[in-house]
Design a binder for this molecule. Structure first.
Ligand code: NAP
Length: 278
């Protein structure tokens, strides 16, 4: 690529029409006066390897990856970071000038940055963490919690096997509870995270009993539509520090933007408002 070429990035997935990433990266491009574009790329059944091979030729410097390609890209990328390999999925690709594709997963870093920014007193080492759900997002959250030194991760999922698999991948810090016990495992936890889709617009309600929550615990919902979920409202009523899921979405995007366009973007109130009003 020559210096005069306008850098392009985008989100690859199907569907992608609902994705907030084009609005977010578009906002940052405009804010920092960068001549570049970020576009939604609805790539369903096309050959992913062929698509990724062609994109750099067209001026793409990188991409985000979403459903259904987050796992498949690991087999195509030339360099996969340790955390992406451990999580089993990538969300950020960099097309390097030498033609190699670099794959990373920034969800865990986004999760941690969100809690550090919005619950400034959060001390992950001060007590066990509880994670509800064992899907793709949960894998990134568990990896991140281990990285920041939580002493124990209590994990519960409707489908027990998925939680057991996560435990065998991440080791003995993870303790699995049956889904009917999910409420009980919250007792004494310093950090509680909902990684299920329960409570999201169009999904069933979140019904795990919260009586065992410890006042002062930091409680985070990955769901960001709606922004204030019933889970967060109920936790706040019990004296917990609550953090919504939008910050994670914003923070996970920042490393990709920096690698592609050369500026580390600010994740601040103006960014949040820009996305909420998009
Ligand atoms: P996923 O892989 O499909 O996992 C969905 C999870 O929700 C599984 O644990 C699933 O349990 C559970 N679940 C679904 N319906 C349920 C029900 N009726 N009762 C109990 N559990 C149920 O999805 P994901 O990628 O992990 O995403 C999960 C959520 O996190 C979504 O709401 C997504 O929007 C959100 N998310 C947010 C961010 C962010 O930046 N804030 C990033 C990633 C994801 P089973 O295994 O039993 O099906």
């Amino acid at each position: 690529m020559t210096d005069t070429r306008i850098p392009l990035a985008g989100v690859i997935g199907s569907p992608v029409a609902h994705s907030k990433s084009p609005a977010l990266h578009g906002y940052w491009l405009q804010r920092y006066g960068i001549k570049g574009y970020y576009v939604p790329l609805d790539i369903g059944h096309m050959d992913l390897r062929q698509v990724l091979g062609t994109m750099p030729l067209m001026g793409f410097v990188g991409a985000n990856v979403t459903i259904p390609h987050k796992e498949a890209v690991l087999k195509i990328a030339d360099v996969v970071t340790d955390r992406a390999a451990l999580i089993g999925a990538a969300n950020t690709l960099i097309f390097r000038p030498d033609g190699r594709i670099h794959a990373d997963n920034t969800d865990g870093a986004g999760f941690v940055a969100n809690l550090r920014q919005n619950a400034p007193g959060w001390d992950p080492q001060s007590g066990p963490a509880a994670v509800l759900g064992a899907g793709g997002a949960a894998r990134a959250i568990v990896a991140a919690l281990i990285e920041v030194g939580v002493p124990e991760i209590r994990l519960s999922n409707r489908t027990r096997l998925r939680a057991d698999n996560l435990r065998s991948d991440f080791g003995a810090k993870v303790v699995v509870y049956d889904w009917v016990q999910a409420g009980n495992m919250l007792e004494g936890c310093a950090t509680v995270v909902n990684t299920t889709s329960l409570g999201m617009v169009g999904k069933p309600e979140f019904r795990v009993p919260l009586d065992a929550l410890t006042p002062g615990a930091v409680v985070n919902d990955l769901v960001y539509a709606p922004l204030r979920t019933k889970f967060l409202d109920d936790a706040a009523e019990r004296g917990c520090v609550t953090v919504d899921g939008l910050g994670m979405l914003l923070h996970q995007a920042a490393p990709g933007f920096e690698r592609w366009f050369g500026i580390r973007p600010d994740v601040d109130e103006a960014t949040r408002q820009a996305i909420l009003s998009a």
